[in-house]
Design a protein around this ligand. Structure first.
Ligand SMILES: Cc1ncc(COP(=O)(O)O)c(C=O)c1O
Length: 482
């Protein structure tokens, strides 16, 4: 089998693309057995883990099927296989028209490579990360806040950087909860962290520039920078957070980090690493994007301040979101910008959407000002603590011999490493769990270089403690029947 790797991005994705293209061109027919991972690794001069990750990646897309003890087989389902009449296989792909731009081409590629997020929609017990906690009181409170705000909010275009009352509340909140001393004119209200990332890409990166990301790290940041045309450099993380010594010598356009609660592994970045990272940014004249997505949700008494709180050289772009502490549907987040970048970001925001909806911003400002937001936050943390405890005790009961959960005492997700026999059969476990109505997800999709030990990422916010118990029991059964 001849496979051409295109030297673009992580090796396992290069290999996955090469195999997919061999299937599309009819060089690999449905039912063909793929070479054993060891053999293909030797032939191509790759690590065996890389080949394994490529097979898993293709498995997640339904293009390769593993059969117990019998290897991996091509499972072309007509959409990806070469048509019998010899017409170009690509014509059968979604979006078969040529991509209208380099951005569209890269975005299509990402969509093709990561359909796995949506795979388990519809399962009864979804432990998908990102599913929110549904607070019973919030809908009515939010409706009242919106109705009130609609009455007094001017109907003209909103202030581009955000409604002043909300920027003021954000500053108060940051001072008390995150030790960040910002003034309202440093704050830009944006439509979620996602928009902050898109703006950062536009303002800070030209095509081909380097964006440094944590490996493993937040997939959406990676995708945003890739779609923009950046070159990604993944830097490993350990128990102290980003391994700063491994940052590239050449100046990157930006460094994206989650210092308060590393996503997905959970480390808090140590004080030493924080100092080193700030020094690196100053020395290389680059920018740090600090994603503080869930720092308020902690279950121990540890106070973790933001990296921005130590930023004497004004190198950190701080991003906080209301997605975890309120609801992702609200699509509001905020940035604290270095003085040198403020105008550029506000202009980019103007060009993108002319500002976030004013009524929502005013409603949120009022919600914060009256203390309703703080009360909501305390309720959320109490409820999440119960869910997290339920997950730990249920997995102790139903998964102690095949799963090791890592506790980061924070956030809405937990990482678990697979042990023993189950560690070699992760894809089968995920499928068996799905058949039992439980959605669990591989940690591998958050890595650029495949992880040495397979693992799962459990999002526990959306299920009640009793649902979590049922899900864990079903998952335990799925594992024991492998
Ligand atoms: C690491 C990380 N950052 C940020 C967010 C929030 O993104 P947004 O504000 O766009 O909803 C999430 C949500 O899942 C996340 O996991």
């Amino acid at each position: 089998m001849h496979l051409d790797l295109d030297a673009d991005g992580p090796q396992y994705l290069q290999l996955s693309r090469a195999i997919r293209s061999a299937v599309q061109q009819g060089r690999l027919a449905s039912g063909t057995r793929l070479p054993p991972t060891r053999e293909l690794a030797q032939t191509l001069g790759l690590a065996r883990n890389t080949v394994r990750a490529a097979y898993e990646h293709l498995g997640a897309q339904g293009l390769v099927e593993g059969r117990v003890g019998a290897g991996s087989y091509v499972h072309a389902n007509g959409r990806d296989s070469a048509p019998a009449n010899g017409a170009p296989a690509l014509a059968l792909l979604p979006g078969a028209t040529p991509a209208p731009s380099a951005y569209a081409r890269r975005a299509r590629e990402l969509l093709r490579e990561f359909p796995a997020w949506r795979r388990h929609l519809g399962v009864r017990y979804s432990l998908q990360y990102g599913e929110p906690f549904a607070d019973a009181l919030l809908p009515e409170q939010w409706r009242n806040a919106l109705a009130r705000a609609a009455l007094y909010t001017p109907m003209g275009y909103p202030a581009m950087a955000g409604v002043p009352a909300l920027r003021e509340q954000v500053c108060k909140y940051l001072r008390s909860r995150r030790a960040v001393d910002a003034s309202p004119d440093q704050v830009l209200i944006v439509a979620g962290t996602q928009q902050a990332l898109a703006l950062a890409a536009r303002v800070l990166l030209d095509e081909g520039d380097t964006a440094v990301v944590e490996d493993p790290g937040y997939f959406s940041a990676r995708h945003t920078f890739l779609a923009h045309g950046a070159r990604l450099v993944g830097v490993p993380v350990d128990k102290s957070g980003l391994v700063v010594d491994e940052l590239p010598e050449r100046r990157p356009g930006l460094v994206f980090v989650t210092p308060s609660h590393q996503f997905p592994l959970g480390a808090v970045m140590s004080q030493r690493r924080r100092q080193e990272l700030l020094r690196y940014a100053a020395r290389h004249d680059t920018w740090i994007v600090e994603d503080d997505y869930d720092a308020e949700i902690r279950y121990d008494s540890r106070q973790v301040a933001a990296l921005k709180a130590m930023d004497r050289q004004d190198r950190v772009i701080f991003v906080g979101s209301f997605s975890k502490v309120l609801a992702p549907s609200i699509r509001l987040a905020y940035m604290v910008l270095p003085a040198a970048l403020r105008e550029d970001f506000v202009t980019a925001k103007r060009l993108m959407d002319m500002g976030c909806p004013a009524i929502e911003q005013a409603a949120l400002a009022h919600f914060m000002e009256t203390g309703a937001f703080e009360r909501h936050l305390r309720r959320v943390v109490r409820a999440l603590r119960a869910r997290r405890n339920a997950l730990f005790s249920a997995m102790q009961q139903h998964g102690a011999d095949w799963l090791e959960l890592h506790d980061s005492h924070a956030g809405m997700h937990v990482v678990g490493r697979l042990k023993g026999r189950v560690a070699t059969r992760q894809a089968e476990l995920i499928e068996a769990a799905r058949l039992r109505g439980v959605g669990v997800y591989t940690l591998a999709q958050h890595y650029i270089r495949p992880p040495a030990q397979p693992g799962l990422l459990f999002g526990f916010a959306a299920l009640s403690p009793s649902e979590i118990e049922v899900a864990a029991r079903q998952l335990g059964r799925a594992a024991s029947e492998l």
